[in-house]
Design a protein around this ligand. Structure first.
Ligand code: EPU
Length: 423
């Protein structure tokens, strides 16, 4: 299993470019199942989850061709509709094919994703909402089997709780449903908006983009499109935090600072001086101590749960006591025990982690448990004394493109060992 060996204490300096958004690219890839002509997607990050989604699409008869910076997805002639467990179990977001398959092929069989390191993560809201658009659903041998033999019909759906991929699944399903669909209590994450923009380019009729109420007038057919996915705000936020922790002047470029407003507000409160351009966050060498700041994760535009672990790693170096409350997932503190192995002073009480800083971190071996927890451990390794080994970095490779290459270009010393195929 591949590991990172990190030499702590190196200062970061220079510019790091942000890749395309994994969580925008995944629904955009699933949306190609709705199109009757090739869809060109630009800026997809080269990460494991994208490869997995392309495999899911290939299982469903599509072909994905890559040329410089662009992926062209072409629908096959078949009507395959089964996303098997071997693929779904490695990536929950495979469930995003459910809505498009039902809408266009009128049936779908998608393995139920099992448990997850960060919480139970059921898909009941996706299923209830699809039933409201006329789908017949049942669970058979661990698979969701869904049918809409006469096609989906528009309807009114109110999500009991905000769900990102649930909103995306329903938005895609509604584009080819008969009549009008109104989706209430939708996620407003930038990734949902990016998907809506792709669907609009394909000819879908959607209003309310960027709000919590999406209205869709179904159409008979969607065309191809050429779409550039948004930059990855979580990758950008991770490098901004790295720059605050260990930087001597870092420019995080090719990002959307407006997608990072909650993180930037917390950093400002912590006393961090930074500036923003239209597409970059510039973090100067940190002068003066970093102050402890408390945050609670919430849906966008609140503080992203996907930056919680990295922010917690930063707070281990801030002066004072902070609390980090996780309100989206019930079990997303697996990084805490590993950070404590490095010497961090953190106690978890229910859904809140209490952090006391600054703590001197000492390099040791730590284990990555999920994608964002892994990023937090790498960040801690950058400021730990001596050598930190981060084990199981396959979690990182799911969502960060060439993280060690980008960090090393800034002056870090991060070595991947047992190097195998990168993807
Ligand atoms: N939930 C339900 N039932 C449902 C759907 C969601 O109870 O049918 C609950 C979840 O268990 C969770 C909450 O609602 O407690 C919100 O979950 P949501 O559905 O919004 O999460 P998701 O769509 O499965 C996406 C991202 C996650 C990110 C969350 C929250 C993708 C592919 N994944 O997951 O990204 O943490 O939204 O912002 O977009 C990551 O990239 O590391 C990652 C985990």
């Amino acid at each position: 299993m591949e590991k990172f060996r990190i030499q702590g204490g190196r200062r970061l300096h220079g510019e790091v470019g942000v890749s395309g958004s994994k969580n925008a690219a995944l629904p955009c890839l699933a949306a190609t199942l709705l199109a009757s002509a090739p869809v060109i997607l630009r800026g997809l990050p080269r990460v494991r989850d994208i490869v997995t989604m392309e495999r899911v699409l290939e299982t469903l008869g599509e072909s994905c061709a890559h040329s410089e910076g662009a992926t062209t997805v072409v629908a096959g002639s078949g009507d395959a509709y089964h996303a098997p467990y071997e693929l779904v179990r490695t990536m929950r977001a495979s469930v995003l094919v459910l809505g498009p398959l039902l809408a266009r092929r009128r049936r779908a069989r998608v393995a139920l994703p099992g448990g997850c390191a960060i919480g139970a993560r059921p898909i009941d809201f996706h299923l209830q909402a699809l039933a409201q658009l006329g789908a017949d659903l049942r669970v058979e041998s661990g698979d969701v089997v869904a049918e809409a033999s006469g096609g989906l019909r528009g309807g009114e759906v109110s999500f009991p709780r905000i769900t990102v991929t649930g909103t995306e699944n329903l938005l895609m399903a509604a584009t080819l449903a008969r009549g009008r669909t109104v989706l209430h209590n939708c996620a407003r994450e930038p990734e949902v908006e990016d998907l809506a923009n792709l669907l609009l380019a394909m000819g879908a009729r959607i209003t309310g983009v960027g709000t919590d109420t999406l209205e869709v007038e179904g159409t008979e057919e969607l065309s191809g499109a050429d779409h550039l996915v948004i930059p990855d705000r979580i990758e950008a936020g991770t490098y901004v935090i790295a720059a605050v922790l260990a930087g001597d002047g870092v420019r995080v470029s090719g990002c959307r600072p407006d997608h990072l407003s909650a993180l930037l507000a917390a950093l400002r409160e912590a006393g961090c001086a930074f500036s923003t351009d239209a597409d970059a966050v510039v973090v100067p060498a940190q002068r003066g101590p970093l102050r402890a700041v408390s945050i609670t994760t919430t849906e966008h535009p609140g503080f992203a749960t996907d930056l919680q672990a990295q922010f917690l790693a930063l707070m281990t170096q801030a002066h004072g006591a902070s609390s980090v409350t996780e309100a989206i997932f019930e079990n997303r503190f697996q990084h805490v025990l590993e950070l404590k192995r490095l010497g961090a002073a953190v106690e978890v009480e229910g859904s809140t982690a209490h952090v006391h800083g600054p703590a001197a971190l000492d390099g040791t071996t730590v284990m990555a448990s999920d994608l964002r927890a892994s990023a937090a451990l790498v960040l801690a390794g950058l400021v730990a004394r001596g050598e930190t080994l981060v084990d199981r970095i396959y979690h990182l490779d799911r969502g960060y493109e060439a993280m060690e290459v980008k960090l090393n270009a800034l002056g870090a010393t991060v070595e991947r060992f047992n190097p195998g195929r990168y993807l």
